[in-house]
Design a protein around this ligand. Structure first.
Ligand code: FSX
Ligand code: SF4
Length: 313
């Protein structure tokens, strides 16, 4: 049995048919802004990867919701993503090693893959008082970040905390928490969201494996394929009335009912994200679908600038 057949056999064991998997690949292809003719090739990246980029996955100050969100990606199951597509060399939440062994694994991996690994970072970094407000294994996050990240080929910030500081950096921010980019003075690729949609991480990684480069970014480091349009642009609740007549913009039942959440403080018009296209938890639902206004969690400083969340805009 070749590599591809083995992959599909494993997927079958998990109850995922080849057709289901192709459907997911087609979705991912569309989410990445590629024509549907690329879908079989995108599927091949999972089924028969030609290279497995080494990844070092760091956690700073955060709630771990970003990893929680990432491991809820069911197509492909995260173990497929981890073991078939990436070579995860270090990840504190899911690795078996602990204590000194874990620390050794981290620094061995940095040395072995110097200049070749992708660093995925979650959480903000405290810089006030030499970073004492955020520590792992007796080292400040600032020290860990400085010793790991400059050796990476590229750094992907997963979640708004790593990308822009998030809740840790909200006023008055006594710990001096900053984004990874600000704390180290480097450029990062940012996949914000509190938590982010895992499909945007998968799409970014597939883009890298597929084209050998990271996707095009907006001016605050976000992949344009995922963060190029506002939530409002594609919202199914979008509708308006003109001269007393209902004007249907997207044709959904919700829109027909006119249940736009703008007057409840929805920040969809100011928030750049593809949330309406797929939702979370494999299309189960998303904030606006569940009736809560968008609170702009992919935007820098949203805790300070988008609150109070439930006030009319
Ligand atoms: Fe922040 Fe992520 Fe929100 Fe939580 O790692 S973006 S608090 S979902 O966990 O960093
Ligand atoms: Fe726009 Fe929010 Fe209304 Fe949707 S619910 S149409 S995003 S204001």
């Amino acid at each position: 049995m070749d590599q591809e057949e083995r992959f599909y056999e494993k997927m079958r064991e998990k109850g995922v048919s080849r057709r289901d998997f192709m459907r997911y690949s087609a979705y991912l292809t569309a989410a990445m802004g590629l024509s549907s003719s690329f879908a079989p090739k995108v599927a091949e990246v999972f089924a028969a990867p030609k290279q497995r980029p080494p990844v070092i996955w760091l956690h700073f100050a955060e709630c771990t919701g970003c990893t929680e969100s990432a491991i809820k990606t069911s197509y492909p199951w995260i173990d497929e993503l981890i073991f078939e597509v990436l070579s995860i060399e270090y990840h504190e939440t899911i690795m078996a090693a602990a204590g000194h062994q874990a620390e050794k694994n981290l620094f061995d991996a940095v040395e072995k893959y110097e200049g070749k690994f992708i660093c995925i970072a979650e959480g903000a970094i405290a810089v006030e008082h030499n970073g004492v407000y955020g520590k792992t294994a007796g080292k400040t996050h600032l020290e860990i970040a400085k010793s790991v990240i400059p050796n990476a080929l590229a750094t992907i910030c997963l979640g708004t905390c790593a990308a822009y500081g998030g809740i840790q950096a909200a006023k008055p921010n006594p710990g001096g928490f900053k984004s990874v980019s600000e704390a180290l003075g480097i450029k990062t690729l940012n996949i914000p969201g509190c938590p982010p949609d895992p499909v945007n991480l998968v799409g970014t990684i597939i883009n890298y494996i597929f084209f050998g480069r990271l996707p095009d970014l907006d001016d605050i480091g976000r992949p344009l394929f995922a963060y190029g349009e506002t939530v409002h642009d594609k919202c199914p609740r979008r509708s308006h009335y003109e001269d007393g007549e209902f004007v249907e913009e997207f044709g959904s039942e919700e829109a027909k009912l006119g249940y736009c959440l703008y007057k409840l403080g929805c920040k969809g018009p100011d928030t750049y994200s593809n949330c309406p296209l797929r939702g979370f938890n494999d299309t189960t639902n998303w904030c606006i679908g569940a009736g809560t206004p968008c609170k702009g969690c992919v935007e820098p400083n949203f805790w300070d600038t988008m609150t109070p969340f439930y006030k009319e805009s």
